[in-house]
Design a protein around this ligand. Structure first.
Ligand code: ATP
Ligand code: MG
Length: 319
């Protein structure tokens, strides 16, 4: 059930984590966010998914109390950012999609400044900064101006900056952008650990295959509106497209036709077919049938992630 289907009266703001109900924000004539609903409970990683211009960054800025909504209700750990912005900012870490105006300072200076800004006890600042530099593997570059850091290194610094004051809510705008595969795995592990420690994590991203591994739930937005909210379990329960390749593609196609299954020829480099299967058991049964029938199956697996499947189905609904 999507939040928009829940009757207004039964929706209470979350005591911990983030929630937004009916939030709108315009820029001139552009309705960047319109009546958006969003929930990110504590202890979970929530993905914010939508195409370019959907309103993700605008929503995150409002959740971070950096932009005022025109209407609607936002709560962060039960507090209203408009009324209690200082308390909200103490609880909240924000990682924007660029490092911004800090680039002439060194990585270490940026983190020290941030620690002072959050009034961390003076005696503990150097140790906290060293801990964060180690966490994002920037010790060797700590005393270089941030502008010389590569895009991925800047992203890691930006993440460390968001974590300085050990916030209970973490809002990350495209945190995996520009990260190499190794750094992405590290980011995933870090975010899972933070969620396991009870923090509420919100991640916006376009890399849906990655979110399958990171997120517990997802909110899909488009044209400023919430289109769907679903947990990863729900996403995994729905039908999933599988890709199959065999040594003899013609024999594979003939067997699938005989089984009465609809399939498409794949568009990849190797000849493959893809078909929609409703559940994992269906996939297991089909693989068994193919192998029993003597088809030399070379590969058999999900062609897309669970969240990607939802994203594509929403795209199709719109057309
Ligand atoms: N400060 C602004 N002034 C005018 N229009 C804005 C402003 N900020 C955002 N918009 C518009 O609001 C809409 C939503 O923008 P937003 O940046 O929130 O999208 P997004 O989902 O983050 O997209 P992307 O995936 O490209 O990051 C866009 O049409 C954008 O042009
Ligand atoms: Mg954005």
């Amino acid at each position: 059930m999507s939040v928009s289907e829940i009757p207004e009266t039964t929706r209470a703001p979350l005591a911990s984590g983030v929630s937004a109900v009916g939030v709108s924000r315009r820029f001139g004539s552009v309705h960047a966010v319109e009546q958006m609903d969003f929930e990110a409970p504590a202890g979970r990683v929530t993905a914010l998914i939508g195409p370019n211009g959907a309103g993700k960054t605008t929503l995150l800025l409002m959740l971070a109390s950096l932009l005022q909504p025109d209407s609607g209700t936002i709560t962060v750990d039960g507090l209203d950012p408009a009324k209690d912005s200082a308390a909200v900012r103490r609880r909240l870490g924000w990682m924007p999609d660029t490092l911004g105006v800090w680039e002439s300072l060194t990585a270490r200076e940026i983190l020290v400044q941030m620690a002072r800004f959050y009034r961390l006890p003076k005696a503990g600042i150097d140790a906290r900064v060293a801990e964060l530099l180690a966490l994002v593997r920037l010790e060797e570059l700590a005393d270089q101006p941030a502008r010389v850091l590569s895009k991925g290194q800047q992203q890691r610094l930006s993440l460390a900056r968001a974590l300085v004051h050990d916030p209970s809510v973490l809002l990350l705008d495209e945190p995996a952008a520009g990260l190499d595969p190794g750094s992405r795995v590290e980011l995933r592990t870090l975010l899972r650990n933070l969620a396991a420690a009870g923090k509420s994590i919100v991640v916006s991203s376009h890399v849906l295959s990655e979110l399958d591994e990171i997120a517990d739930g997802a909110v899909f937005v488009n044209q400023g509106r919430t289109v769907k909210q679903q947990t990863i379990e729900e996403a995994a329960q729905q039908g999933r497209r599988y890709a199959i390749t065999a040594l003899d593609p013609a024999a594979l196609a003939a067997k699938l036709t005989e089984l009465g299954l609809e399939f498409k020829a794949g568009s990849g480099r190797r000849p493959s077919v893809s078909l929609l299967l409703s559940h994992d058991d269906g996939a297991a049964a089909l693989l068994r049938d193919l192998v029993t029938a003597g088809i030399a199956v070379v590969s058999f697996g999900p062609a897309s992630g669970a969240l990607e499947e939802t994203y594509m189905s929403l795209e199709t609904e719109r057309k």
